[in-house]
Design a binder for this molecule. Structure first.
Ligand code: SF4
Ligand code: SF4
Length: 352
């Protein structure tokens, strides 16, 4: 594997170079949270200096742990126009959205890198999603080791290491004043070949990176027991009393599903004025009773049924279809839940 390095003060130049071919997204400070935003033009012109000064829309690597909105939003946006339509004498005409720029997303945490691999299962299973897949195919993912995991993270229980990733194209590790850069995919290799100004990494650099990754791994202290999880969930599926207890404090706000990097429920609606309109796809949530409401019945009328669905989908149904748990242990659903509902606690208290 080709290993390179770059000093932190040169990261700006690296991003400027890449911005000639890609629209660059970086973790930017929004109040005291981080969100992926398009790299600002001031930063492009400003060279290396602004990286640690933290103006808006520059990578703010000092405090950044993970974004609130998950990476899925860059490939499967919260609201997206699928096409516009117009009714004419000859019937309807359709106008498809214009081609988007290629995205290079910088600073992806390993758990979020994995979430895209899990979403690929969904968007390529019974159909090839024409909106998600072109974005996914053209994007370059640049990972950044997560050296200060939150106490709500449990990625290691799901086979993910906070310092490493097989799910991105390039992986960076903070080694102090520098980043070690590893090529992970062919796409990453091509990008490295076209990038000027990188130095070869030394033995000392790889040793520092190894140490940083080991430290990160040891900081993830939360765990879930994934042994026989599908079976344990199956055996208590009909236990209404248990699920009512589990769901008792949930207020059904849907935050945990909107912000989960692997949840993918959506709704489709048409907005029309006179003879023209547009069809939209919007995130939806199994936490809402309307999501499953049908003319004659609602199979998930009760809150406990919806909470059970959320848990079982990730840990029982997705593994049945794709042989992998649909959770990355990112901990967003724990950190961001307004009533501190905790998925780890639910799994730990499963009967049997
Ligand atoms: S974020 Fe918490 S309260 Fe809201 S739906 Fe999820 S578990 Fe329930
Ligand atoms: S269920 Fe929670 S911990 Fe698992 S991927 Fe979704 S938000 Fe992250």
């Amino acid at each position: 594997m080709n290993l390179k390095k770059i000093t932190k003060k040169d990261i700006g130049n690296l991003l400027n170079q890449w911005s000639k071919d890609y629209t660059i997204f970086v973790p930017s400070n929004e109040g005291d949270t981080a969100e992926f935003r398009v790299l600002s033009s001031e930063f492009r012109g400003g060279g290396e200096a602004s990286i640690l000064k933290t103006p808006n829309s520059v990578p703010n690597l000092d405090w950044y742990r993970n974004t609130v909105k998950p990476l899925k939003a860059s490939f499967f946006p919260p609201v997206e126009e699928m096409f516009r339509f117009q009714k004419g004498k000859e019937g309807h005409s359709i106008e498809l959205p214009s081609q988007e720029h290629q995205q290079l997303i910088f600073g992806i945490r390993p758990c979020d890198g994995r979430s895209l691999r899990l979403l690929d299962n969904i968007f390529t299973d019974t159909y090839q999603d024409p909106y998600y897949l072109p974005r996914r195919d053209s994007a370059v993912l640049v990972g950044l080791g997560c050296l200060k995991p939150y106490d709500t993270c449990f990625c290691t229980s799901l086979g993910i290491s906070p310092g490493e990733s097989e799910d991105v194209d390039l992986m960076l590790t903070d080694t102090g004043d520098e980043f070690l850069i590893e090529e992970i995919s062919d796409k990453g290799k091509r990008l490295m070949e076209l990038t000027a100004g990188l130095e070869d990494a030394t033995e000392d650099d790889t040793a520092s990176a190894r140490e940083a990754k080991g430290m990160a791994q040891s900081k993830v202290t939360r765990e879930i027991d994934t042994q026989h999880l599908s079976h344990r969930l199956l055996s208590c599926f009909e236990d209404e009393e248990y699920w009512e207890k589990v769901a008792a404090k949930c207020i059904g706000c849907g935050i945990c599903t909107f912000l989960c990097p692997t949840c993918h429920c959506f709704d489709i609606s048409d907005e029309m004025v006179k003879k023209q309109g547009a069809r939209f796809r919007c995130w939806d949530s199994c936490a809402f009773p309307l999501y499953t409401k049908m003319p004659m019945e609602n199979p998930r009328e009760e809150k406990w049924q919806r909470v059970r669905q959320k848990v079982c989908h990730k840990f029982e149904f997705h593994p049945m279809s794709f042989d992998v748990i649909a959770c990355t242990g990112c901990g967003r659903c724990i950190r961001l839940c307004p009533v501190n509902w905790d998925i780890c606690q639910t799994l730990a208290q499963l009967p049997g």
